[in-house]
Ligand binder design. Structure first.
Ligand code: HEM
Length: 769
């Protein structure tokens, strides 16, 4: 049944793989000659889970290499990791996994897999080398080999001479898309015995290395931990999915017969970048998923949606053969013509109408370089597969999503406290029975002040009404003049913005500031930039600025890298629009609801006291404030600042229950507020403001019933920042003050719809404890 629990027969592995390739052209091999030694690397093209399960050797096909110089005495030289599937992948597999115990989990890395082998005719002359899945001499492989130095190299060599392949991830600061690495490094994932194919990883590998004194190698081990026995499979899946950093884990499952194998479990962030949850219907996004072998991620996201699953299947059946045919065509042409001198080789390609487009791929094969077939297919998706696309969003997302990672956000703790103190000192100067009727404005001032520091490292002085500077006025004018756009048809809004002097003036001023900051950032020395990049959003965006904008401009979207100046400005304005009003609205709702529920305020204060945060709030204690998390969730459920989001259909569809026909191009609204108050999805009356629900009956609520930040790959990228801001601000306020109800008329609630859903009547007293 399951993956690597199957024992492989090492004696017949070569014959089995050859047999596999002769039976099924999805599996193939490539012969490479290096210094008069002939190697054969086995590999596979795009194929489904089922295909792997029908051939016992298939799991060991990806990258396994033999020395075939003497065909009578073929030798296994490199044995990479067996293919690892997702936890959810494969029909019935989940039930099988659940019969097993969870063992170690190791960090899933975002680099390229490289494996060791010994190269040389005789064992005395053999030297340690690395290979990737397909190549022995690509630049990437050669770069990785430069890291084999000193004790690390000699220990690896010893391991390889003991008949093991060491499998490593090669990561560089530039090649990642998802996880940042500060330096180029080789990280050991596992070692595999050539004698029996057995894999050692995690704690068993650590023990093995310790016992055999491979101490330098030990320092290169991928980070891993043993999963405590009380953690259930469901908990692990849920916790990993909700994790806001990293790609996920490779997890060991130990079956009752003690055989074990690995599965992948991915985070939601992974799906946000790689998985196009929200636009599953988009042919481009599906195409990319197929090419990147991520359709199983998609199936997981849409496991209850048979229509989407059928679409994935159809697209896969359509695209896979086309993609595989492309690979076959290129490799076949190369094989037939590789003996030609280069000039004739190029001539043969350029005079062949069918092959012209593959010139870059063929030239790389000719130069013995590794080919990025997936990248090529995506770049030429339109010409080769008739698919057009979403590369621009991917470029922006890959640059902006990392700005909102937890390790960046938490650096703003003190800043948020300082800004909140400014609000508190303003309240301190008012009489204690004063009813504040402008809480909404005060919350906006606070969040704009924080935004100024976060985005520009600039004091907008929003609490100092006598000293409103030019940028503050421009930002406020920008926001106020742009609001009508949200309610106007697109064409009308374009005309409106062109005619609005207030909007144009405000935008010009903000643009001047942003461009000036960009110029200033560019003149800073690299250390200062690195330090500022840690803190200010714009410094990070500037570091992604394209060096040669003009050259970038004429490139196709797929080839573009970084942002140009106007895109940096656009990002800053977009963060302002998306992040400032939404968070200040949530804070205003909190104050209104707190004034109506003194019990909730008392419980937050008690929690602060219990965790020694009543006087001193610190970042370390923030995670212990669990009740406060529930309060924030309940505020966002009860009064979501954004009431809905929408998606545009890319193909015709029909509503399952009513049968209503929908057409491509129709906009569909997803009403967060209705879902959050629908009694079908909540155990405790959803019309009650009751934070404790998240500790009990409604802890495992229907996941789509609570979507304050949207869902899918276009969900809010600033949600971690928003939650963090709200938590720090509310904790700081609750340390010092209690909000009182200003009376039924002034504190009547209700709502008014602007860009967000704002409370209409808020009137509260602010009492210092
Ligand atoms: C309580 C505060 C916030 C709420 C309720 C909120 C809510 C939302 C919602 C509902 C969406 C649309 C998601 C979808 O269609 O699936 C969204 C998108 C977005 N939000 Fe937020 N947001 C908040 C704070 C922030 C912050 C602080 C930032 C950043 C500074 C931010 C940046 C964004 C961006 C850039 C998008 C567009 C993402 C895309 O189109 O791919 N938001 N937000």
């Amino acid at each position: 049944m399951a993956t690597s629990s199957k024992k492989i027969n090492m004696d017949t592995l070569y014959a089995d793989l050859m047999n596999l390739c002769s039976q099924d052209d999805i599996f193939y091999y490539k012969d490479i000659r290096l210094h008069a030694i002939n190697y054969r690397i086995f590999n596979c093209r795009l194929c489904s889970y089922g295909r792997f399960m029908t051939h016992p050797a298939a799991l060991n096909c990806c990258g396994t290499m033999f020395n075939i110089t003497n065909l009578k005495h073929v030798q296994l030289v490199s044995l990479p990791l067996e293919k690892i599937f997702d936890y959810e992948e494969g029909f019935g597999q989940q039930q099988f996994h659940q019969c097993g115990q969870l063992g170690d989990k190791m960090e899933k890395m975002d680099g390229s897999l490289v494996s060791t082998f010994l190269h040389g005719r005789t064992s005395q002359k053999q030297v340690l080398r690395l290979k990737s899945k397909q190549s022995l001499t690509s630049n990437q492989v050669l770069d990785a080999m430069r890291l084999l130095v000193g004790d690390f190299q000699s220990e690896l060599e010893q391991l390889v001479r003991l008949n093991y392949t060491v499998n490593m991830e090669y990561t560089t600061p530039s090649s990642h898309l998802f996880v940042s690495y500060s330096q180029t490094q080789l990280t050991i994932l596992s070692i595999r015995s050539h004698a029996d194919g057995h894999t050692l990883f995690g704690s068993r590998l650590k023990r093995f290395l310790l016992e055999n004194h491979f101490l330098t190698t030990l320092n290169h081990l991928v980070s891993f931990e043993s999963i405590p026995s009380h953690v259930t499979h469901r908990q692990l899946l849920q916790e990993t999915y909700q994790q806001t950093h990293g790609e996920g884990y490779v997890v060991e499952i130990i079956q009752p017969d003690r055989s074990s194998y690995l599965v992948k479990i991915k985070t939601q962030k992974y799906f946000m970048i790689y998985g196009d949850g929200g636009t599953e219907d988009s042919p481009r996004s599906l195409f990319e998923a197929i090419i990147n072998r991520q359709t199983d991620d998609r199936r997981k996201l849409f496991k209850d949606d048979t229509k989407t699953l059928t679409r994935i299947d159809e697209m896969e059946q359509n695209m896979r053969p086309k993609y595989n045919e492309m690979l076959r065509l290129v490799e076949e042409f190369y094989r037939m013509n590789k003996c030609l001198p280069k000039k004739d080789f190029v001539h043969a390609i350029t005079t062949n109408e069918n092959m012209k487009i593959y010139l870059p791929l063929l030239l790389r094969l000719y130069a013995n370089e590794e080919n990025d077939y997936q990248g090529f297919a995506m770049k030429h998706a339109k010409d080769l597969f008739g698919i057009s696309g979403s590369a621009k969003f991917k470029r922006h997302a890959s640059l902006t999503i990392p700005l909102f990672r937890r390790n960046k956000i938490i650096l703003n703790f003190d800043l948020i406290i300082d800004c909140t103190d400014k609000l508190l000192s303003q309240w301190r100067s008012a009489p204690s029975n004063h009813i504040h009727l402008d809480i909404g404005q005060q919350c906006r001032n606070l969040l704009l002040l924080i935004f100024g520091f976060l985005a520009f490292d600039y004091d907008l002085k929003t609490f100092d009404s006598s000293d409103h500077n030019e940028l503050t006025r421009a930002l406020k004018d920008f926001l106020e003049s742009i609001y009508p756009v949200f309610f106007l048809p697109k064409v009308v809004s374009i005309i409106y913005l062109k005619l609005s002097r207030r909007y144009r003036r405000a935008r010009t001023i903000i643009q001047q500031y942003v461009y000036r900051i960009i110029d200033h950032e560019l003149t800073e020395c690299s250390e200062t930039i690195a330090e500022r990049k840690r803190r200010s959003l714009i410094a990070s965006l500037v570091s992604a600025l394209q060096n040669a904008e003009k050259t970038e401009m004429i490139k196709s979207e797929e080839e573009k890298k970084g942002l140009n100046r106007s895109e940096v400005l656009h990002e800053v304005l977009f963060f302002l629009l998306a992040g400032y009003e939404t968070t200040s609205t949530a804070l205003t709702w909190f104050i209104h609801l707190a004034s109506k529920h003194p019990r909730v305020q008392q419980k937050i204060k008690a929690e602060l006291l219990e965790n020694n945060c009543k006087q001193d709030l610190s970042l370390e204690h923030l995670d212990s404030l669990v009740y406060l998390d529930c309060v924030i969730m309940e505020v966002l459920r009860f009064c979501p600042p954004a009431d809905s989001s929408c998606r545009t259909l890319t193909m015709d569809d029909r509503l399952p229950e009513s049968g209503t026909q929908l057409y491509a191009g129709d906009e569909v609204i997803i009403p967060f507020i209705n879902l959050a108050r629908d009694p079908r999805y909540w155990s405790i009356d959803p019309e009650l403001f009751y934070p404790e629900r998240f500790l009990g009956e409604d802890k495992n609520h229907q996941s789509y019933a609570l979507l304050p930040f949207g869902s899918g790959h276009r969900q809010c990228i600033g949600q971690d920042l928003a939650r963090f801001e709200l938590k720090v601000i509310i904790a700081r306020l609750m340390q010092d003050v209690t909000f009182g109800d200003g009376g039924p008329e002034v504190n009547a609630g209700g709502f008014v719809q602007t860009v967000t859903i704002m409370p209409k009547h808020v009137g509260v007293t602010v009492q210092f404890d």
